[in-house]
Design a protein around this ligand. Sequence first.
Ligand SMILES: CC(C)(COP(=O)(O)OP(=O)(O)OC[C@H]1O[C@@H](n2cnc3c(N)ncnc32)[C@H](O)[C@@H]1OP(=O)(O)O)[C@@H](O)C(=O)NCCC(=O)NCCS
Length: 180
Amino acid sequence: MKLPDLPTARLLLRPYVIQNAPTVEAMLDAQRATSISTGVIRTDPAVAQEASVDAQGQPHNQLTGIIYAVIRYEDAELIGNVSLLDIHTADQRAEIGYWVGSAYWNNGYCTEALQALLNFAHATLGITRITARCLTSNLASIRVLEKCGLARESLLRAHNQSGGKYEDVLMFGLCWPERS
Ligand SMILES: CC(C)(COP(=O)(O)OP(=O)(O)OC[C@H]1O[C@@H](n2cnc3c(N)ncnc32)[C@H](O)[C@@H]1OP(=O)(O)O)[C@@H](O)C(=O)NCCC(=O)NCCS
């Protein structure tokens, strides 16, 4: 399946290409340096590239992961990424991942990009359930999930290591009406 570009009002979601790597690496390094990326789960750019390259040639029903680069129209900057991970075609569900460079936070970009990704997942891939995980301390991430219509479903105790200690992780979910 050739993944389509997904346009929004302010952003273009574009399937990841290898040329994006330096920008992504630079943003990740900046966040690590200032210790503000403690909420990151699964945002390794190498993983992102592999998943995306794999995805480009695969039939629709064999996709297991899709990564989109998020590009801002006004200056063509790559500002982050959003992804569908662990796509289970038979169960019509997937998990979302997302990440935005700290210089661009709190402008609604992540929410706008995720909403486009969720629409694509539902309309094109037939996905009717989305899950997401985030650290209990990651308040911005929790807010993004709520704005995208996901609800808290459970707590995974001491599930992830962050800054040398184990942290609880919240599981969020969304079911489209035809599922229930
Ligand atoms: C989580 C993240 C993707 C959000 O990106 P973003 O583009 O800033 O998100 P949005 O602007 O769409 O929404 C952020 C919301 O969080 C709120 N927020 C930010 N910091 C907050 C805090 N400390 N406490 C409560 N709410 C907070 C903002 O006010 C905004 O909500 P609002 O629109 O109701 O005002 C970004 O912070 C990030 O990349 N963090 C590091 C990676 C990460 O944590 N990824 C998710 C892993 S689960």
